[in-house]
Design a binder for this molecule. Structure first.
Ligand SMILES: [Zn+2]
Ligand SMILES: [Zn+2]
Ligand SMILES: [Zn+2]
Length: 610
């Protein structure tokens, strides 16, 4: 009988590029877009000084520097979100797209990659909320965390990349809100000086904007005026219009060193003008949190205060100090705070590199590139050429994959580069502090104590490399991962196709074995030996994706299976990927179709794992 098999699904549909002629045209298109992006960013940069987080200055004309002015028309983003109905998934899709654009700009070594990333999102009509709205925005719940100001602009949650107050101007919006005076504030970003009273944050005092010296010491040099954002907040007071409040906090592990949490809707209960420390007039607003909104969760509080355990003695419910027995570069503790199950009951042996069954023949290592030190020049590096002319990774935060691909060609044993080469990103040692923890319904699960930037490798799926035919007799093995790179690339079996400019050779032709291309020939069995990847649960809305990686040979049927972060993952969020089971594909020893309920908890959960 067939064992249960995990198969990777792509997180995003990708358009497949084909002929070199098409590529040429695309390149031209890209160059033009690039030029346009440069001009737009120059325009943006001229409006303010820099994208300093939480600067409060809008002594520029109304809405200039606000990215909404760059958009032409409405609802053009319908195409971008055509396949998505759930607003949470739309937010994810938006942020994943932004992250990829951001990483591409970093790779191109352009200045202000965040601003350029936003511009790309706008050009693709991918801003989720191009029109400003009052109140909550679908898909962004109280407690949602953004990891840069740019992310909030890309979504359209706080559309100003510089100012603390985002507001609707009269011109665009008075038709929709005929009985209101404009401008109207829609959201404010607080810079984090209120971190001390986070637990009692229902009433906050907010200082208006303007009159600051932006380029120098940022001190007040003239009176604030009751205009623009300041007037917007006053009008919110007059009309009792709620304002979204976002708090910014320092966060070492976030890629922007900041994190922004949506705290919910507040109403302006009073406002006044006073003389500030510098002797100039400032406007102050008292805002009160509306009742009936979710409290901030413990996870968020932990995150804010950095209450991540620092030593094993601080870990609650510790059942194993290091499940890897020292094999990984960082300890991986196991904790259980939900029941009495000991960790030893999981009964497996930890290994951190693949074990290969004698009847699996690994092809000999390919030639590799002639680079020295690190691979940096995609024109000279043979491995970059295999990836379609550029490196799949960007040298940022120890290496991040720009986007999911059919297959990633990494440098291998015969390459001239050293172990720090960016094109060996998935071969480097474990970089995050992980914890295996007991969950109430799903058994063991995995989470990180560190922030994981999108595109970071989390781990390789490690176990025994077997022929799929050999495991068919095994039953009740939940830890089999089929290597189905080729299926992904050919779009077989309902898989979404990924980006890939590469022609991939295979030394093990499907016809040699069973002639059925839908059945992967090899799999990784982590039933009794493996690494922590075997504890990562399935989710219908995962935060990791599976990426096939080739690093020593070029046989995709024996590709390495590596899990990468699909999103910016905040600490303590469970790590998950889509097991990609086809429904009704799993049969029990009696030959009957087996069913397993999915407990992933996602809004769009398919309800069954298989
Ligand atoms: Zn290299
Ligand atoms: Zn190279
Ligand atoms: Zn190489």
């Amino acid at each position: 009988m067939a064992g249960r098999r995990k198969r990777a699904k792509s997180p995003e549909p990708k358009e497949r590029r084909s002929s070199s002629r098409v590529q040429e045209l695309r390149q031209k298109e890209r160059d033009e877009k690039e030029q346009l992006a440069r001009e737009r960013v120059k325009f943006l940069s001229d409006q303010g000084s820099e994208l300093c987080d939480d600067a409060k200055e809008d002594d520029v004309s109304p809405n200039e520097g606000t990215l909404t002015t760059m958009r032409n028309g409405e609802d053009k983003n319908l195409d971008f979100y055509a396949n998505e109905e759930d607003p949470h998934l739309k937010v994810r899709r938006n942020l994943r797209f932004f992250n990829t654009q951001y990483l591409l700009m970093v790779q191109a070594k352009l200045s202000r990659p965040d601003l350029k990333g936003i511009t790309e999102v706008m050009k693709a009509n991918a801003v989720l909320y191009p029109r400003k709205m009052i109140g909550d925005l679908p898909g962004i719940d109280v407690g949602h965390r953004f990891f840069s100001r740019a992310e909030m602009v890309a979504v359209g949650f706080h559309s100003h990349w510089l100012n603390g107050i985002d507001y609707m101007g009269a011109v665009e919006y008075q038709r929709d809100y005929a009985n209101y005076q404009f401008p109207l504030a829609v959201s404010i970003v607080m810079s984090g000086q209120y971190e001390d009273d986070l637990d009692n944050a229902d009433v906050v005092t907010y200082t208006g904007q303007g009159g600051h010296n932006l380029t120098g010491d940022k001190r007040q040099f003239k009176d604030q005026e009751l205009v623009r954002g300041n007037l917007g907040l006053k009008n919110c007071f007059e009309h009792e219009v709620p304002v979204r409040v976002i708090r910014g906090h320092d966060c070492k592990s976030s890629y922007s060193k900041r994190v922004y949490t949506y705290d919910g809707l507040y109403t302006v209960v009073k406002y006044w003008a006073e003389k500030g420390v510098s002797g100039f007039t400032v406007y102050k607003y008292q805002l009160k949190r509306k009742e009936g909104q979710p409290e901030l969760t413990t996870n968020q509080v932990n995150f804010m205060y950095g209450r991540i355990p620092k030593s094993t003695s601080e870990i609650q419910g510790l059942v194993c100090e290091d499940i890897s027995n020292g094999l990984e570069s960082k300890r991986i503790p196991a904790t259980n705070r939900v029941d009495e199950t000991p960790f030893s009951s999981s009964g497996f042996t930890y290994i951190n590199s693949l074990k290969i069954e004698p009847n699996v023949k690994i092809p000999k290592s390919s030639t590799g590139c002639n680079c020295r030190g690190n691979c940096t020049d995609p024109k000279k590096c043979a491995c970059a050429r295999l990836n379609g002319g550029n490196f799949p990774y960007v040298d940022l935060n120890d290496g991040r994959l720009i986007e999911p691909r059919d297959v990633v060609f990494e440098c291998g044993p015969n390459c001239g580069c050293g172990p720090e080469c960016v094109n060996r990103t998935s071969q480097k040692r474990l970089r995050f502090h992980l914890e295996v923890f007991r969950s109430p319904k799903k058994g063991w699960a995995v989470r990180s104590w560190d922030f994981i930037p999108a595109g970071s490798p989390v781990c390789e799926y490690i176990g025994v490399l077997r022929r799929t035919d050999d495991v068919d007799t095994l039953t009740d093995n939940d830890y089999i991962f089929e290597i189905d790179c080729q299926q992904t690339m050919q779009g077989l079996d309902g898989r979404q196709r990924r980006l890939g400019d590469v022609a991939v050779p295979t030394d093990n032709k499907a016809s040699e074995s069973n002639g059925d291309e839908n059945v992967p020939e090899f799999c990784i069995d982590a039933g009794s030996t493996g690494n922590f990847a075997r504890f990562i649960n399935h989710s219908c809305e995962p935060n990791l994706f599976v990426q096939c990686v080739l690093s020593s040979h070029q046989d995709i049927k024996l590709a390495r299976v590596v899990l990468f972060a699909a999103d910016n993952i905040p600490p303590l969020q469970e790590l998950t990927y889509d097991y990609g089971y086809t429904l009704d594909s799993v049969h029990g020893p009696d030959g009957k179709v087996k069913k397993l309920t999915c407990y992933c908890g996602a809004v769009n959960c398919r309800k069954r794992l298989y």
